[in-house]
Structures are given as C-alpha cells and as structure tokens.
Design a protein around this ligand. Structure first.
Ligand code: CMP
Length: 228
C-alpha cells in the first residue's frame, strides 16, 4: 500500500501542513508490511523512528518481571506510535506487535527533523498527539486507582470500543479478545473479569464468548463507569 499525498493530508500528524509539506513527507516515509504476531520493536530497543499505521492493528504491550503481559493499547489505522523514543532518545518504552496483517509507514529521525525544520506545524501536531495520550492515561490512572472491578472492566471495553478495535456489526462491535487479555487491560484477575462480563451480559451490555466479546451498549457501559 503506497503512501500518497491525499492520505497524508488527512492524518493528525500533518493537519494544517501546506500541500508542499505533504509532498515532501511522501518521500520521507518508508513502508513496511507486517504479518500477525510480528514485532516492530521490543521494549528496551533503541528507537530512531516513529510509525504511522496505514492498515491493520498494532498492540502496544509490556511484560512484568514475572513475565505477565500488560496490554497498554491497541492502535488502529491513522494512529502513530514510536514517537516517544524519537523525541527523547530513550529506549523503547513498550513492545509493538502487529495483531493482524498490517502496513505501517516509518519516519526516521533525520527525515523527521528535515520536515520539522521546514514545517514546524508537524512538531506541534506531534506534541498535540502526545498531550492527548497523556490525558487518556491520566483518566486511566484515575479509573485504575478509584474504580471497582465493574468500572475497570467497563473502562477497558469502552477504550477498545472508542479505538475502533475489532469490527463493527449491526448490533455493535465484535472484538477478538480473551477474558485473560481483557483482564490484563483492565488490571483485574481473569476470574474477576469473567464474573463482571457475566453480569454485563445479563443486563444486555455485551455478549461474551470464549475468544470474542461483542459490545452492544457503549452508553450502558458509560453508565456503569460513572455510576449513573
Ligand atoms: P516508544 O517508547 O518509542 O515505543 C513504544 C511506543 O508505544 C511509545 O513510543 C508510544 O508510541 C507507544 N505507547 C507507550 N505507552 C502507550 C500507551 N499507554 N498508550 C498508547 N501508546 C503507548
């Protein structure tokens, strides 16, 4: 899948950048195709590029000392990742893995600086993307700190729903996800996640299968989260 100017002009990183900038950016990116399960990089690697997701899905995750995986996010087309190491020159803070067949466009440090020198709006857009992520993280810390299991599971489901994880169905959104994976996202045990999912299913918020969850009523999940 080729990178083209009309696509670039629609991405948040290039919002407000003049058309000339899109043409130069088109030359600056390199396109990579990934198979399901293929890692883009591992936590701790040195990092000199950011990536724009063109199609597919990327999991951002981390392993604890005991080897358990914590999924930080599932990222979708038009979202970027890898910007942290690009900006602060520290090692990669998490592992990025393709969940399905995925195409990404890589922008290396030198090309990034070339673009920023000519179009400072790109750096401002990147700062905005990072600020948005920080806001989301602050909200998440609040949920993980103060919410009971029902709120945590509702939040994790809503986060996936808002990031358009999985596929849309006539009833809602179907997400390929095990109870274990959801529990890791929500910061609860697998048993607790399964119990809460059972409750949500009973009141018609979701349908829970063994490796798939379907969200039927996101507004109902928000009511759970905000105790309405
Ligand atoms: P970097 O540290 O270079 O490599 C890992 C990337 O994962 C990081 O940049 C961010 O782009 C992304 N990332 C890290 N934490 C989160 C998070 N909580 N939500 C979404 N993306 C994240």
């Amino acid at each position: 899948m080729k990178l083209d100017v009309s696509y670039l002009s629609r991405t948040p990183l290039f919002e407000g950048v003049p058309p000339e900038g899109h043409e130069i950016a088109e030359q600056a990116f390199r396109t990579l195709s990934l198979r399901p399960g293929q890692a883009v990089f591992e936590a701790g690697d040195p990092g000199h590029a950011l990536y724009l997701i063109r199609s597919g899905k990327v999991k951002i995750s981390h392993r604890n000392l005991d080897g358990r995986e914590k999924v930080l996010a599932y990222l979708n087309p038009d979202e970027i990742f890898g910007e942290m190491s690009l900006v602060d020159d520290e090692p990669r803070s998490a592992t990025a893995t393709a969940v399905e067949d995925t195409v990404i466009h890589a922008l290396y440090l030198e090309e990034y600086w070339g673009l920023v020198r000519r179009f400072p709006q790109v750096a401002h857009n990147l700062a905005r993307i990072i600020a948005r992520r920080l806001r989301e993280m602050n909200h998440e810390v609040e949920v993980l700190t103060f919410e009971e299991a029902r709120g945590k599971v509702a939040y994790a489901l809503l986060k996936l729903y808002r990031h358009r994880y999985g596929e849309s169905t006539p009833r809602g959104r179907r997400m390929p996800l095990t109870h274990r994976e959801l529990a890791d996202l929500a910061g609860t045990s697998r048993e607790t996640a399964t119990r809460v999912l059972g409750q949500f299913q009973e009141i018609g918020l979701i349908v829970s299968g063994s490796r798939v969850l379907e969200v039927l009523d996101p507004a109902g999940l928000e009511n759970v989260l905000y105790d309405l």
